[in-house]
Design a binder for this molecule. Structure first.
Ligand SMILES: C[S@@+](CC[C@H](N)C(=O)[O-])C[C@H]1O[C@@H](n2cnc3c(N)ncnc32)[C@H](O)[C@@H]1O
Length: 245
């Protein structure tokens, strides 16, 4: 049965019309917290959602049309407050970036800073990434996929909410071009082990660091906010870097 679009979300302020987009599903990898938005983040939606925002309900995109050029496309899921993604758009201006995040204050912060910096190679969904992958991203269209410090859901009974599962990785593989990169990082060892197990089992992928190995942090990945937080708490960091065969 086709799922009905669902636009409910935690941010209930009536005069704020921007809503996280997602379809009903039994298990979600996130909880939408309304979270207080700063005045700057709120205003950013009125000024910058137009140039940067994409909607789940507009269906499949053609990156070449959206960015007005043919360039490698990088997709990031769960950019949080967006600072590291913004840094990457500015460091790799030869690539076009699509960010997906469900947390409105993070989206507001990213488009505010990207707008002020006149960034041209970025578009953003405020939506559930699973729905965006299914409905909007064409097959074999991505040159790189990145997932940095996804929610660890560390209690055993919540492990099923972790976004990295075999079917998620299979879906990602279908969106990557042959030779495209799949990059993940986490500061939670038990989640790193799960990522390794799932990625190693996917036969469309080849581990760039050699079978069963974690990778050194590639130069293109800046430190993220969650990574710094983990570092303060004494956590390690595990990068996983695979290539689509
Ligand atoms: C722990 S934070 C990490 C943020 C950022 N990558 C960093 O390293 O600072 C994980 C983020 O993933 C987002 N997220 C989780 N599941 C998601 C989904 N299905 N679609 C989009 N965003 C998601 C959460 O809202 C959260 O902001």
């Amino acid at each position: 049965m086709q799922e009905e679009p669902n636009k409910e979300q935690g941010n209930e302020e009536e005069d704020f019309p921007y809503r996280t987009e997602f379809k009903k599903k039994s298990i979600r990898s996130y909880v939408i917290r309304g979270g207080r938005m700063t005045e700057g983040q709120r205003k950013a939606f009125d000024t910058y959602w137009g140039p940067f925002g994409l909607s789940l309900y507009d269906g499949a995109i053609e990156p070449k049309e959206i960015f007005g050029r043919e360039a490698p496309v990088v997709l990031e899921i769960g950019f949080g407050m967006g600072d590291s993604l913004l840094e990457m758009t500015e460091a790799e201006t030869d690539k076009d970036f699509i960010g997906i995040e469900v947390h409105p204050p993070g989206v507001g912060r990213l488009i505010n800073n990207a707008g002020k910096a006149e960034v041209k190679n970025l578009r953003v969904y405020m939506a559930d990434a699973i729905d965006v992958l299914n409905d909007c991203i064409p097959d074999a269209s991505l040159d790189r996929f990145q997932l940095y410090f996804p929610d660890p859901w560390h209690k055993k009974k919540h492990n099923k909410r972790r976004i990295v599962q075999p079917e998620f990785v299979k879906l990602l593989c279908s969106k990557l071009k042959p030779g495209g990169l799949m990059h993940m990082a986490t500061d939670w060892e038990n989640y790193a082990e799960q990522m390794l197990e799932v990625l190693e089992a996917e036969e469309q992928l080849e581990n760039t660091a050699g079978k069963g190995n974690y990778a050194p942090r590639p130069e293109f990945r800046p430190q993220t906010k969650f990574e710094r937080r983990g570092e303060r708490l004494g956590h390690g960091v595990w990068d996983l870097l695979y290539k689509r065969k």
